[in-house]
Design a binder for this molecule. Structure first.
Ligand SMILES: Cc1cc2nc3c(=O)[nH]c(=O)nc-3n(C[C@H](O)[C@H](O)[C@H](O)COP(=O)(O)O)c2cc1C
Length: 304
């Protein structure tokens, strides 16, 4: 599952691991999660809110995603993160948001490949767990996406994920699967394909077309932890997932988490008659009473 700021917190990652790992092994070797992106600079300043994001979920191998623009801060963060129970560290070289990009972090690192190489190398040296890089497509004529992937490999990255869009595309336009294919041919480390993969069939097509070693799904998992096993949920299944998600989230963050859960509820209640009414009710849920009232409405109107 892809890292998604504001969504892939401890509770949602744990939930998806529960739904994805259907092979009865306690920790599936085939399903991975990644935290929301975490600032190495904020870690350096010991920001408590930042540390709270660094909690590996249960039920699967979990990566900690780091962003920033200074190799020293990455190294310090890597040392800390290595001891926290994560399976790997993922370096963010793809975030397009102006706040991140204008600071020379995220997808801006694609324009400064030497610095990216230094960051990968410093992180690998300081880390006791594998280091991966998540990147976008280069929009710089002087360096190709394949070359940036080679730089990551040369500096010790254990794998690269290619979100097959440029920074300028943000999240629109079609992900370019040919770029994934070219990177697969250019490097010897595993390549994970990402962008617009919405189902197991899709995943299979991308793997067959590009030869990539794995796929990463982001938006298709929102409100849909079933996507990883390919199950088609009934309405009752959706309600069960919403309840489980809510219980995990409240246990982790307390009832204040309902504000954050509203965004998730909007994704669960989508694509069926009456869903809009439920989304409208969900935006004012602030505690368990409100939540139970929402469920009562859902079950009484749409439960059959
Ligand atoms: C709400 C949201 C938050 C995201 N946050 C991050 C992030 O923190 N780090 C990151 O590398 N990518 C982030 N992404 C990008 C996703 O990881 C993924 O690359 C992108 O959504 C394309 O995959 P998809 O088409 O399967 O959604 C985010 C995407 C969304 C929609």
């Amino acid at each position: 599952m892809a890292p998604m700021a504001g969504y892939t917190d401890y509770a949602f990652r744990s939930l998806c691991a529960e739904y994805a790992c259907t092979d009865n092994s306690p920790v599936s070797p085939r399903f991975f999660t990644v935290t929301e992106m975490v600032s190495v600079k904020a870690m350096y300043y010991k920001d408590l809110k930042t540390y709270a994001l660094l909690k590996p979920n249960t039920g699967s191998i979990c990566g900690a995603q780091l962003f920033g623009n200074e190799a020293d801060c990455f190294a310090a963060a890597a040392e800390t993160v290595s001891d926290m129970g994560f399976g790997f560290i993922d370096i963010n070289a793809g975030c397009p948001m102006p706040k991140i990009y204008n600071n020379g972090s995220g997808s801006a690192l694609l324009n400064t490949p030497k610095l990216l190489g230094k960051i990968v190398s410093a992180t690998v040296k300081a880390s006791e767990i594998p280091v991966t890089v998540k990147m976008r497509v280069s929009e710089n004529d002087s360096i190709s996406t394949e070359d940036i992937a080679r730089i990551c490999e040369y500096n010790g990255a254990a794998a690269v994920t290619i979100h097959a869009r440029t920074r300028a595309q943000y999240y629109s336009g079609v992900a370019d699967r040919d770029v994934i294919k070219r990177v697969v041919e250019a490097v010897a480390i595993p390549v994970i394909g990402n962008g617009d993969i919405a189902s197991i069939d899709n995943a299979r097509i991308v793997r067959e077309y590009t030869g990539c070693n794995g796929v990463m799904l982001g938006r298709a998992a929102l409100g849909n932890p079933f996507v990883f096993s390919g199950t088609v949920p009934t309405f009752a299944d959706i309600i069960t997932a919403v309840k489980r998600h809510t219980d995990l989230a409240v246990a982790d963050k307390g009832e204040r988490v309902f504000r954050e859960l509203r965004a998730h509820y909007a994704h669960y209640f989508k694509g069926f008659t009456g869903a809009a009414e439920l989304r409208k009710l969900a935006v004012s849920v602030a505690d368990y009473d409100g939540f139970n009232a929402l469920l009562d409405t859902a079950l009484s109107r749409y439960g059959n």
